[in-house]
Design a binder for this molecule. Structure first.
Ligand code: FAD
Length: 287
């Protein structure tokens, strides 16, 4: 059933502080809206409650990219286009640039935000695999102050996160620690553009000679949430790249994940293709 937009209230507080006070004043009664590229679809389909939206799209406090010696800090209101155009992100975090460029169309990228991609908490979202592989942390804010946690702890399940109803995602912080790493990302969907992933893998590895000295793997559409594949990482660390290692890694990936079945693909397809992507990455390390 379609909704009537006139049934919805929209407030646009002038400052972040005012938005946080409004969220805290009536817990659970308001939904923050950033670019609206997820929420307007839900609204149109009659799936959006409660009916009070708090616009945060115009808040300058949430739209920034800053770089210090050790980290890149990205405000949650930063759009995919902002990310794609940023030379510091291009230099240090190429997987994030690639995933931003995959997200929807140019129109989506001009409005859609990194914070919205994360907080929507879809297992198929494009930027989480790169953020997981890059060891991102997230800072959440409420009127009681900020709290920072590893991004790996943010997702609790399908469309469920640790965000409280009085909180906003403020900043995504990523270490500038991956120079010299081999970096890989691949999204498999029904088309090359405008497709939601059936499976996606982001991977980083550091090698000493032929031996893996550090490895990070983030996946989308594999389980009910964006997934860091830690058991597979453990199977690979300090191992030489050879046939036995590749086989063991595929086995670890298959056994650590409860692969999902949904309208976009089957669990069997996803598990097989995830193993293929992992193998493609590992073989690429030998060239
Ligand atoms: C045609 C189309 C194609 C798309 N293709 C892709 C695709 O290929 N890949 C992909 O990953 N996504 C895709 N999307 C989904 C969407 O564009 C992205 O998820 C986008 O990042 C959402 O950001 P937004 O700012 O528009 O979020 P909104 O719609 O404003 O919000 C999404 C959710 O996040 C919450 N939220 C937003 N910001 C914050 C914050 N700072 N703190 C707390 N909660 C917050 C909102 O309350 C809401 O629950 C597509 C959407 C459309 C309509």
């Amino acid at each position: 059933m379609h909704s009537n937009v006139l049934d919805y209230a929209l407030t646009a507080p002038a400052t972040l502080e005012a938005a946080l006070h409004l969220l805290a004043s009536e817990p659970g009664q308001h939904i923050p809206i950033a670019g609206g590229t997820e929420l307007m679809v839900a609204l149109g389909a009659g799936r959006l409650t409660p009916k009070s939206l708090i616009s945060i799209q115009h808040l300058r406090e949430l739209r920034f990219i800053t770089v210090d010696e050790t980290h890149i800090h990205i405000g949650s209101g930063t759009t995919f286009t902002d990310i794609r155009r940023n030379p510091d992100i291009a230099r240090d975090l190429p997987l994030l640039i690639q995933s931003a460029s995959w997200t929807g169309s140019i129109a989506n990228q001009n409005r859609g935000t990194l914070g919205g991609n994360i907080c929507n908490a879809s297992p198929a979202a494009d930027t989480p695999p790169a953020l997981l592989a890059y060891n991102a942390t997230v800072t959440l804010v409420s009127i009681n102050g900020p709290r920072t946690l590893p991004y790996t702890d943010f997702h609790l399940g399908y469309k469920r996160t640790v965000l409280r109803s009085d909180e906003l995602l403020h900043t995504i912080t990523i270490p500038r620690a991956f120079t010299g790493y081999r970096q890989y990302i691949r999204k498999v969907g029904t088309r090359n553009a405008q497709a939601i992933s059936k499976i996606a893998l982001a991977a980083l590895a550091q090698l000493d000679d032929n031996t893996i000295t550090d490895i990070r793997l983030g996946a989308a559409s594999l389980t009910d949430r964006p997934t860091r594949c830690t058991a597979t990482e453990r199977a690979l660390i300090h191992q030489p790249i050879n046939e036995a290692t590749i086989k063991a890694a595929r086995g670890a990936l298959a056994s650590e994940t409860h692969t999902i079945d949904d309208i976009r693909s089957t669990a069997r397809y996803r598990a097989t293709v995830a193993g293929n992507l992992l193998e493609e990455f590992l073989r690429s390390l030998t060239v």
